[in-house]
Design a protein around this ligand. Structure first.
Ligand code: NAP
Length: 495
């Protein structure tokens, strides 16, 4: 990789132009909003040396990306991050253009014409592949698709086939726990959240009795986090079931338990649960069970003999730890009868038109957030941050560090950026309107936000086991409806 910086591709260099630096951020999830916000708080801006004009684009009519379409509805603590992001966008110094699809409604060429720099913060919303026989069977799902469905993503079908009594969830990360919790929780308990009505209706009819979560390594190698683990035990009328034979700890596990507080806490939680559970499974009282299995590596999803093409079971190879915390197969095959399987083995980024893509890692190739071309040279004025920069790992707060690194490089290069040919703030509005793009604005989002909350307030309270509880909001799912409600808030263009 040469990393040499070729001459700016267009126009003059910005040099010491007196107009504001124009920056487009593509993606209004936490990564994009943090990048925009940190730019406005950077030293050259604070000192008055630099003025900025930032536009935030999103392909959805609403902002917040994975917080709206990736965080489980029963996670209000994380939704609290929305309040912080709201404050940033409500200040009025960053414009929001929703319902604008990069690659369809606006191209890289357009962005480079209207902005001095572009930051891609498009995240990752697809499931990583799991290449085992049977993965294509009916009843085999990606966790990310299921998350999109229960979070009311506008571009996924409204229906979901929740007809299985026994379900397998593959993976030991927080997404696996989210999916297992949502699948096992009683729908009325979820109705207090913002789940859309279609999601409640289908969850309410679910015949599920047993959700099995399978990790391929041991209890000290899980990727989930302590709060999320403990939360499993808060579901009403759901028993957690653990298996003593899965509690294997090698030298690496012992070291982790001694040196890593998170691991120590989680292993402590799991061993307490196993100590408390009745030895005789028939003494479990809840109507649903959530089983946590370790040392199971998936090898095959079993086709149904009665209804070929449908999931009827899943086979795992029993694993053992090799002393370093990694797992190796033992040759023992274990089979479980299940009728649906969700792979929660990680997200994967999607490629972006006109930007190089690393198809192995699912990221935009970059050096510290400076986007690279096919030859490994910096693409002047093009940057990236968040999961599309470094892959889908880490909690939401981690994207702040990412954003700092990226904007640091952008600001360092500010004198050499290829200057926008049409830097007037209104020229991009004219471009979108000229193309008939029905973009939404911040005011439009405020209207949609208020509308969803009012739907929640007007709805029948949720009949939880603690008695009726008011609904927080009811999410609007249809893209057209979202755009129309935003437009009523005077936020949508004539397009
Ligand atoms: P993750 O944390 O990377 O976990 C992926 C899991 O899948 C790991 O247990 C991994 O096992 C397993 N896995 C990978 N390939 C596998 C295979 N071929 N067969 C069997 N198992 C396999 O991914 P994630 O759960 O998608 O989460 C992504 C990020 O979002 C994480 O940082 C997570 O903490 C965050 N998140 C946070 C929350 C929250 O509530 N705080 C909610 C959702 C997501 P190995 O460890 O053995 O590779």
């Amino acid at each position: 990789m040469s990393n040499s910086t070729p001459a700016p591709a267009r126009g003059t260099q910005r040099g010491s132009l007196q107009r504001p630096l124009r920056v487009a951020v593509v993606g209004s999830g936490p990564a994009g909003v943090y990048a925009a916000d940190l730019l406005t708080k950077s030293a050259p801006v604070a000192s008055g040396e630099l003025t900025l004009s930032i536009d935030l684009f999103d392909r959805y009519p609403a902002p917040y990306g994975l917080i709206r379409y990736g965080v489980a509805p029963d996670h209000p603590r994380i939704k609290g991050i929305v309040n912080a992001l709201h404050k940033v966008l409500d200040r009025g110094d960053i414009r929001f253009f929703g319902n604008v699809d990069y690659g369809t409604d606006i191209s890289l060429e357009d962005l480079r014409c209207h902005y001095d720099a572009v930051i891609f913060a498009t995240g990752a919303i697809k499931d990583a592949d799991l290449n085992i026989p049977g993965i294509e069977l009916e009843g085999s799902f990606g966790a990310a698709d299921f998350v999109s469905w229960y979070d009311g993503h506008p571009d996924v079908p409204r229906e979901w086939p929740l007809d299985a009594k026994e379900v397998a969830v593959i993976g030991n990360g927080n997404v696996a726990l989210d999916v297992a919790r949502v699948l096992s929780k009683h729908a009325d308990e979820l109705l207090v959240t913002e789940i859309p009505d279609n999601v409640y209706r289908i969850l309410k009819e679910s015949p599920v009795t047993d959700v099995h979560v399978f990790g391929r390594r041991g209890p000290a190698q899980v990727k989930f986090t302590p709060l999320e683990l403990r939360e499993l035990s808060h579901s009403h009328d759901v028993d957690i079931v653990l298996y003593p034979e899965d509690f294997e700890f090698d030298e690496a596990s012992d070291r982790e338990i001694q040196t890593n507080n998170q691991v120590k806490t989680m292993v402590g939680t799991l061993t307490n649960w196993i100590a408390e559970q009745p030895e005789d499974p028939s003494e479990l009282t809840a109507s649903r069970r959530l089983h946590l299995h370790f040392l199971h590596s998936p090898v095959e999803i079993v086709d149904s003999a009665e209804t070929p093409g449908r999931v009827a079971g899943i086979r795992f190879e029993r694993t053992e730890l090799d002393g370093t915390g990694r797992a190796r197969g033992t040759g023992e095959i274990l089979e479980y009868p299940i009728q649906a399987v969700y792979r929660a083995i990680g997200y994967f980024g999607s490629s972006l038109p006109d930007v190089e893509f690393d198809h192995l890692r699912g990221v935009v190739p970059n050096d510290g957030g400076r986007v690279l071309d096919a030859d490994g040279a910096f693409v002047p004025g093009v940057y990236t941050t968040g999961w599309i920069k470094r892959g889908p790992v880490g909690l939401i707060g981690h994207t702040k560090g990412d954003a700092l690194e990226t904007i640091g490089h952008l600001l360092d290069a500010r004198e050499e950026l290829p200057a926008a040919e049409e830097p007037a703030a209104e020229s991009v509005v004219a471009l979108l309107e000229g193309r008939g793009v029905a973009y939404t604005t911040w005011e439009g989002w405020l209207a949609l936000d208020a509308h969803e909350k009012s739907l929640g307030a007007a709805a029948e309270p949720a009949p939880t086991h603690k008695g009726p509880v008011a609904r927080e909001r009811v999410k609007v799912v249809s893209r057209d409806e979202m755009v129309a409600i935003s437009a009523d808030g005077a936020g949508v263009s004539a397009g």
